[in-house]
Write a protein that binds this ligand. Structure first.
Ligand SMILES: CCCCC/C=C\C/C=C\C=C\CC(=O)SCCNC(=O)CCNC(=O)[C@H](O)C(C)(C)COP(=O)(O)OP(=O)(O)OC[C@H]1O[C@@H](n2cnc3c(N)ncnc32)[C@H](O)[C@@H]1OP(=O)(O)O
Length: 312
Protein backbone atom coordinates (compact mmCIF):
# COMPACT_ATOMS: atom_id res chain seq x y z
CA UNK A 1 0.00 0.00 0.00
CA UNK A 2 1.49 3.32 -1.02
CA UNK A 3 1.53 5.62 1.97
CA UNK A 4 2.54 9.20 1.65
CA UNK A 5 3.71 11.57 4.35
CA UNK A 6 4.65 15.23 3.99
CA UNK A 7 8.35 14.82 4.15
CA UNK A 8 10.36 16.32 6.76
CA UNK A 9 -20.42 20.49 21.09
CA UNK A 10 -22.54 19.77 24.00
CA UNK A 11 -24.17 16.35 24.16
CA UNK A 12 -26.71 15.39 26.75
CA UNK A 13 -30.44 15.66 26.29
CA UNK A 14 -31.53 19.24 26.60
CA UNK A 15 -27.98 20.62 26.41
CA UNK A 16 -27.83 24.06 24.88
CA UNK A 17 -27.89 24.07 21.14
CA UNK A 18 -26.38 20.72 20.32
CA UNK A 19 -28.44 18.09 22.11
CA UNK A 20 -28.90 14.98 19.97
CA UNK A 21 -32.65 15.34 19.98
CA UNK A 22 -33.95 18.76 19.19
CA UNK A 23 -37.37 19.42 20.62
CA UNK A 24 -40.10 18.48 18.21
CA UNK A 25 -38.00 15.87 16.46
CA UNK A 26 -40.53 13.09 16.74
CA UNK A 27 -43.44 15.26 15.68
CA UNK A 28 -41.52 16.60 12.74
CA UNK A 29 -40.44 13.14 11.66
CA UNK A 30 -43.99 11.92 11.49
CA UNK A 31 -44.82 14.42 8.81
CA UNK A 32 -41.45 14.63 7.13
CA UNK A 33 -41.30 14.39 3.38
CA UNK A 34 -39.18 11.67 1.89
CA UNK A 35 -36.55 12.69 -0.64
CA UNK A 36 -37.30 10.87 -3.83
CA UNK A 37 -35.17 12.80 -6.26
CA UNK A 38 -32.25 15.07 -5.67
CA UNK A 39 -30.82 17.50 -8.18
CA UNK A 40 -27.42 16.48 -9.49
CA UNK A 41 -25.90 19.89 -8.93
CA UNK A 42 -26.36 22.90 -6.74
CA UNK A 43 -28.58 24.47 -9.40
CA UNK A 44 -31.61 24.58 -7.16
CA UNK A 45 -34.50 26.80 -8.19
CA UNK A 46 -34.06 30.24 -6.60
CA UNK A 47 -37.36 29.99 -4.71
CA UNK A 48 -36.22 26.98 -2.70
CA UNK A 49 -32.70 28.23 -1.98
CA UNK A 50 -31.62 30.22 1.01
CA UNK A 51 -27.94 31.07 0.83
CA UNK A 52 -26.13 32.81 3.68
CA UNK A 53 -22.48 33.39 4.29
CA UNK A 54 -19.81 34.93 6.44
CA UNK A 55 -16.22 35.73 5.55
CA UNK A 56 -14.99 32.16 5.71
CA UNK A 57 -18.12 30.01 5.52
CA UNK A 58 -20.53 29.83 2.58
CA UNK A 59 -23.85 28.10 3.10
CA UNK A 60 -26.50 27.26 0.56
CA UNK A 61 -29.70 25.70 1.89
CA UNK A 62 -31.98 23.85 -0.50
CA UNK A 63 -35.15 24.14 1.53
CA UNK A 64 -37.29 21.94 -0.65
CA UNK A 65 -34.94 18.97 -0.10
CA UNK A 66 -33.81 19.97 3.40
CA UNK A 67 -30.12 19.86 2.48
CA UNK A 68 -27.48 22.52 3.08
CA UNK A 69 -24.07 22.73 1.46
CA UNK A 70 -21.47 24.33 3.66
CA UNK A 71 -18.21 25.42 2.04
CA UNK A 72 -15.03 26.35 3.88
CA UNK A 73 -13.48 29.43 2.34
CA UNK A 74 -10.22 30.48 3.92
CA UNK A 75 -7.59 30.97 1.21
CA UNK A 76 -4.98 29.88 0.44
CA UNK A 77 -5.33 26.46 2.13
CA UNK A 78 -8.55 26.54 4.16
CA UNK A 79 -6.68 26.38 7.43
CA UNK A 80 -8.95 26.15 10.46
CA UNK A 81 -8.18 29.47 12.08
CA UNK A 82 -9.92 30.80 15.18
CA UNK A 83 -11.96 33.09 12.93
CA UNK A 84 -13.06 30.26 10.67
CA UNK A 85 -13.92 27.99 13.61
CA UNK A 86 -15.96 30.75 15.23
CA UNK A 87 -17.87 31.46 12.03
CA UNK A 88 -18.38 27.72 11.54
CA UNK A 89 -20.11 27.38 14.91
CA UNK A 90 -22.40 30.33 14.19
CA UNK A 91 -23.39 28.95 10.77
CA UNK A 92 -23.82 25.46 12.18
CA UNK A 93 -26.15 26.65 14.93
CA UNK A 94 -28.19 28.48 12.32
CA UNK A 95 -28.62 25.23 10.40
CA UNK A 96 -29.37 23.24 13.56
CA UNK A 97 -32.13 25.72 14.34
CA UNK A 98 -33.56 25.58 10.83
CA UNK A 99 -36.31 22.96 11.02
CA UNK A 100 -36.27 22.51 7.25
CA UNK A 101 -32.63 21.44 7.27
CA UNK A 102 -32.04 17.69 7.75
CA UNK A 103 -28.65 17.22 6.17
CA UNK A 104 -25.41 19.11 5.55
CA UNK A 105 -22.77 18.51 2.91
CA UNK A 106 -19.47 19.80 4.19
CA UNK A 107 -17.01 20.76 1.49
CA UNK A 108 -14.44 23.32 0.42
CA UNK A 109 -14.61 26.35 -1.78
CA UNK A 110 -11.07 25.66 -2.91
CA UNK A 111 -10.64 23.19 -5.76
CA UNK A 112 -7.58 21.30 -4.43
CA UNK A 113 -7.67 21.56 -0.66
CA UNK A 114 -10.49 20.44 1.59
CA UNK A 115 -8.64 21.87 4.62
CA UNK A 116 -4.99 22.14 5.67
CA UNK A 117 -6.08 21.41 9.23
CA UNK A 118 -5.71 23.63 12.23
CA UNK A 119 -4.11 26.96 11.51
CA UNK A 120 -0.57 26.52 12.77
CA UNK A 121 -0.20 30.26 13.26
CA UNK A 122 -2.94 30.03 15.93
CA UNK A 123 -0.75 27.55 17.81
CA UNK A 124 2.54 29.36 17.40
CA UNK A 125 3.92 32.48 19.11
CA UNK A 126 0.67 33.39 20.89
CA UNK A 127 -0.21 33.63 24.57
CA UNK A 128 -1.96 31.10 26.82
CA UNK A 129 -5.31 32.91 26.61
CA UNK A 130 -5.23 32.69 22.81
CA UNK A 131 -4.34 28.99 22.86
CA UNK A 132 -7.18 28.30 25.30
CA UNK A 133 -9.72 30.18 23.18
CA UNK A 134 -8.49 28.47 20.04
CA UNK A 135 -8.67 24.98 21.53
CA UNK A 136 -12.15 25.58 22.93
CA UNK A 137 -13.26 26.50 19.41
CA UNK A 138 -11.65 23.35 17.97
CA UNK A 139 -13.48 21.23 20.57
CA UNK A 140 -16.75 23.04 19.85
CA UNK A 141 -16.60 22.44 16.11
CA UNK A 142 -15.85 18.75 16.62
CA UNK A 143 -18.68 18.35 19.15
CA UNK A 144 -21.13 20.12 16.85
CA UNK A 145 -20.22 17.93 13.90
CA UNK A 146 -19.90 14.66 15.80
CA UNK A 147 -23.15 14.99 17.73
CA UNK A 148 -25.28 16.67 15.10
CA UNK A 149 -28.86 15.58 14.58
CA UNK A 150 -28.44 16.32 10.91
CA UNK A 151 -26.93 13.87 8.45
CA UNK A 152 -23.41 15.17 7.79
CA UNK A 153 -21.63 14.14 4.62
CA UNK A 154 -18.05 15.25 3.95
CA UNK A 155 -17.45 15.93 0.25
CA UNK A 156 -13.65 15.89 0.40
CA UNK A 157 -12.64 17.69 -2.76
CA UNK A 158 -8.92 17.97 -1.98
CA UNK A 159 -6.21 17.29 0.57
CA UNK A 160 -7.37 16.86 4.13
CA UNK A 161 -4.55 16.56 6.67
CA UNK A 162 -4.91 16.63 10.46
CA UNK A 163 -7.79 18.92 11.53
CA UNK A 164 -9.24 18.61 8.01
CA UNK A 165 -9.27 14.85 8.43
CA UNK A 166 -10.88 15.26 11.86
CA UNK A 167 -13.78 17.27 10.40
CA UNK A 168 -14.30 14.49 7.87
CA UNK A 169 -14.10 11.82 10.56
CA UNK A 170 -16.79 13.59 12.57
CA UNK A 171 -19.15 13.37 9.59
CA UNK A 172 -21.48 10.43 9.00
CA UNK A 173 -20.11 9.57 5.55
CA UNK A 174 -17.00 10.56 3.60
CA UNK A 175 -16.71 10.89 -0.16
CA UNK A 176 -13.27 11.81 -1.50
CA UNK A 177 -12.09 12.99 -4.92
CA UNK A 178 -10.10 10.19 -6.52
CA UNK A 179 -6.96 12.17 -7.28
CA UNK A 180 -3.71 10.55 -6.11
CA UNK A 181 -2.24 14.00 -5.47
CA UNK A 182 -4.64 14.45 -2.55
CA UNK A 183 -4.05 12.90 0.85
CA UNK A 184 -5.97 12.49 4.08
CA UNK A 185 -4.89 11.47 7.57
CA UNK A 186 -3.93 12.53 11.07
CA UNK A 187 -0.30 13.58 10.53
CA UNK A 188 0.22 15.37 13.87
CA UNK A 189 3.38 13.44 14.78
CA UNK A 190 5.09 14.85 11.68
CA UNK A 191 4.75 18.28 13.23
CA UNK A 192 6.12 17.02 16.54
CA UNK A 193 2.69 17.26 18.16
CA UNK A 194 0.31 14.62 19.44
CA UNK A 195 -3.28 14.03 18.36
CA UNK A 196 -5.44 14.42 21.49
CA UNK A 197 -7.44 11.46 22.80
CA UNK A 198 -10.68 12.51 21.14
CA UNK A 199 -9.06 12.74 17.67
CA UNK A 200 -7.72 9.24 18.39
CA UNK A 201 -11.11 7.97 19.62
CA UNK A 202 -12.83 9.22 16.48
CA UNK A 203 -10.20 7.55 14.30
CA UNK A 204 -10.35 4.25 16.21
CA UNK A 205 -14.16 4.24 15.93
CA UNK A 206 -13.77 4.66 12.18
CA UNK A 207 -10.83 2.46 11.11
CA UNK A 208 -10.18 0.27 14.17
CA UNK A 209 -7.42 0.06 16.74
CA UNK A 210 -4.51 -1.50 14.84
CA UNK A 211 -4.85 0.69 11.75
CA UNK A 212 -5.12 3.75 14.04
CA UNK A 213 -1.99 2.81 16.00
CA UNK A 214 -0.06 2.55 12.78
CA UNK A 215 -1.50 5.66 11.12
CA UNK A 216 -1.23 7.88 14.21
CA UNK A 217 2.30 6.96 15.24
CA UNK A 218 3.66 7.45 11.75
CA UNK A 219 1.49 10.46 10.96
CA UNK A 220 0.41 8.78 7.74
CA UNK A 221 -1.31 10.70 4.99
CA UNK A 222 -3.20 8.35 2.67
CA UNK A 223 -3.96 8.87 -1.00
CA UNK A 224 -7.68 8.29 -1.72
CA UNK A 225 -7.39 4.64 -2.85
CA UNK A 226 -5.53 3.68 0.34
CA UNK A 227 -7.86 5.75 2.51
CA UNK A 228 -10.73 3.75 1.01
CA UNK A 229 -8.96 0.44 1.72
CA UNK A 230 -8.61 1.16 5.43
CA UNK A 231 -12.09 2.71 5.72
CA UNK A 232 -10.88 6.24 6.36
CA UNK A 233 -13.21 7.32 3.56
CA UNK A 234 -16.35 5.50 2.44
CA UNK A 235 -16.26 6.22 -1.26
CA UNK A 236 -13.91 7.68 -3.86
CA UNK A 237 -15.29 9.22 -7.03
CA UNK A 238 -13.94 11.28 -9.95
CA UNK A 239 -13.19 14.82 -8.94
CA UNK A 240 -16.14 16.31 -10.84
CA UNK A 241 -18.59 13.87 -9.24
CA UNK A 242 -17.91 14.61 -5.57
CA UNK A 243 -20.80 17.04 -5.07
CA UNK A 244 -23.36 15.13 -7.12
CA UNK A 245 -22.44 11.87 -5.34
CA UNK A 246 -22.78 13.62 -1.99
CA UNK A 247 -26.28 14.75 -2.97
CA UNK A 248 -27.38 11.31 -4.06
CA UNK A 249 -25.88 9.63 -0.95
CA UNK A 250 -27.68 12.26 1.13
CA UNK A 251 -30.99 11.38 -0.49
CA UNK A 252 -30.48 7.74 0.58
CA UNK A 253 -29.66 8.71 4.17
CA UNK A 254 -32.68 11.01 4.33
CA UNK A 255 -35.01 8.14 3.46
CA UNK A 256 -34.43 6.85 7.00
CA UNK A 257 -36.87 8.32 9.54
CA UNK A 258 -34.98 11.03 11.42
CA UNK A 259 -35.88 9.89 14.94
CA UNK A 260 -34.64 6.34 14.37
CA UNK A 261 -31.42 7.48 12.71
CA UNK A 262 -30.76 10.14 15.33
CA UNK A 263 -31.28 7.78 18.28
CA UNK A 264 -28.99 5.25 16.63
CA UNK A 265 -26.34 7.91 16.05
CA UNK A 266 -26.62 8.97 19.67
CA UNK A 267 -26.25 5.38 20.82
CA UNK A 268 -23.10 4.97 18.71
CA UNK A 269 -21.43 8.31 19.42
CA UNK A 270 -22.50 9.50 22.87
CA UNK A 271 -19.81 7.63 24.86
CA UNK A 272 -17.06 9.15 22.71
CA UNK A 273 -18.48 12.68 22.87
CA UNK A 274 -19.11 12.35 26.61
CA UNK A 275 -15.47 11.44 27.19
CA UNK A 276 -14.45 14.88 25.95
CA UNK A 277 -17.36 16.67 27.59
CA UNK A 278 -16.42 15.23 30.98
CA UNK A 279 -12.90 16.62 30.79
CA UNK A 280 -13.25 19.54 28.45
CA UNK A 281 -11.55 22.09 30.67
CA UNK A 282 -8.71 19.71 31.53
CA UNK A 283 -8.24 19.02 27.82
CA UNK A 284 -7.92 22.79 27.20
CA UNK A 285 -5.36 23.15 29.97
CA UNK A 286 -3.48 20.13 28.66
CA UNK A 287 -3.36 21.65 25.19
CA UNK A 288 -2.22 25.04 26.49
CA UNK A 289 0.62 23.60 28.53
CA UNK A 290 1.68 21.23 25.73
CA UNK A 291 1.64 23.80 22.95
CA UNK A 292 3.37 26.46 25.10
CA UNK A 293 6.46 24.28 25.64
CA UNK A 294 9.60 25.66 24.03
CA UNK A 295 10.33 22.33 22.34
CA UNK A 296 6.83 22.20 20.76
CA UNK A 297 7.01 25.84 19.65
CA UNK A 298 10.35 25.04 18.07
CA UNK A 299 8.88 22.05 16.19
CA UNK A 300 6.02 24.18 14.88
CA UNK A 301 8.46 26.89 13.82
CA UNK A 302 10.51 24.31 11.89
CA UNK A 303 7.39 22.89 10.28
CA UNK A 304 6.15 26.31 9.14
CA UNK A 305 9.62 27.00 7.73
CA UNK A 306 9.57 23.66 5.95
CA UNK A 307 6.16 24.43 4.43
CA UNK A 308 7.36 27.79 3.14
CA UNK A 309 10.63 26.52 1.75
CA UNK A 310 9.71 23.13 0.31
CA UNK A 311 9.75 22.61 -3.43
CA UNK A 312 6.32 22.72 -5.01
C1 LIG B 1 0.03 14.35 25.27
C2 LIG B 1 -0.61 15.69 25.26
C3 LIG B 1 -1.46 15.89 24.03
C4 LIG B 1 -2.16 17.17 24.11
C5 LIG B 1 -2.70 17.58 22.80
C6 LIG B 1 -1.91 18.63 22.28
C7 LIG B 1 -1.79 19.04 21.05
C8 LIG B 1 -2.50 18.63 19.85
C9 LIG B 1 -2.38 19.74 18.97
C10 LIG B 1 -2.75 19.99 17.80
C11 LIG B 1 -3.38 19.23 16.77
C12 LIG B 1 -3.31 19.77 15.55
C13 LIG B 1 -3.93 19.23 14.36
C14 LIG B 1 -3.63 20.03 13.10
O1 LIG B 1 -4.51 20.19 12.30
S1 LIG B 1 -2.08 20.69 12.85
C15 LIG B 1 -2.03 21.22 11.17
C16 LIG B 1 -1.48 20.15 10.31
N1 LIG B 1 -1.56 20.51 8.93
C17 LIG B 1 -0.65 20.14 8.04
O2 LIG B 1 0.33 19.48 8.32
C18 LIG B 1 -0.86 20.61 6.62
C19 LIG B 1 0.25 21.49 6.19
N2 LIG B 1 0.01 22.00 4.85
C20 LIG B 1 0.23 21.28 3.74
O3 LIG B 1 0.57 20.12 3.76
C21 LIG B 1 0.03 22.00 2.45
O4 LIG B 1 -0.02 23.38 2.70
C22 LIG B 1 -1.27 21.61 1.70
C23 LIG B 1 -1.15 20.17 1.15
C24 LIG B 1 -2.50 21.71 2.57
C25 LIG B 1 -1.44 22.58 0.49
O5 LIG B 1 -0.27 22.61 -0.28
P1 LIG B 1 -0.02 23.81 -1.31
O6 LIG B 1 1.25 23.49 -2.00
O7 LIG B 1 -1.23 24.03 -2.13
O8 LIG B 1 0.10 25.10 -0.39
P2 LIG B 1 1.38 25.57 0.43
O9 LIG B 1 2.26 26.36 -0.46
O10 LIG B 1 1.98 24.44 1.16
O11 LIG B 1 0.73 26.52 1.51
C26 LIG B 1 0.34 27.85 1.19
C27 LIG B 1 0.56 28.71 2.40
O12 LIG B 1 -0.27 28.23 3.47
C28 LIG B 1 0.54 27.96 4.62
N3 LIG B 1 -0.06 26.82 5.36
C29 LIG B 1 -0.23 25.59 4.94
N4 LIG B 1 -0.85 24.83 5.87
C30 LIG B 1 -1.06 25.64 6.92
C31 LIG B 1 -1.66 25.44 8.19
N5 LIG B 1 -2.20 24.27 8.60
N6 LIG B 1 -1.73 26.50 9.03
C32 LIG B 1 -1.21 27.69 8.68
N7 LIG B 1 -0.62 27.94 7.47
C33 LIG B 1 -0.56 26.92 6.59
C34 LIG B 1 1.91 27.63 4.05
O13 LIG B 1 2.88 27.81 5.02
C35 LIG B 1 2.00 28.63 2.92
O14 LIG B 1 2.31 29.88 3.49
P3 LIG B 1 3.15 30.97 2.65
O15 LIG B 1 4.43 30.30 2.23
O16 LIG B 1 2.28 31.33 1.49
O17 LIG B 1 3.37 32.08 3.63
Amino acid sequence: MALRAVSALTWGLGGPGVGPLRSGTFLRCATQHRLEKMPSSIGFPEASRRPFSSHRILVDVDQSHGVATMKLKNPPVNSLSLELLTEFVISWEKLENDKSCRGVILTSNSPKIFSAGLDITDMYGKNAAHYAEFWKAVQEVWLKLYTSNMVVIAAINGSSPAGGCLMSLASDYRIMADNPKYTIGLNETLLGIVAPFWFKDNLVNTIGNRASEHALQRGLLFPPADALKIGLVDQIVPEDKVQSTALSVMSEWLKIPDHARQLTKTMMRKPTADRLLKQREADIQNFVSFISKDSIQKSLHMYLKFLKEREK
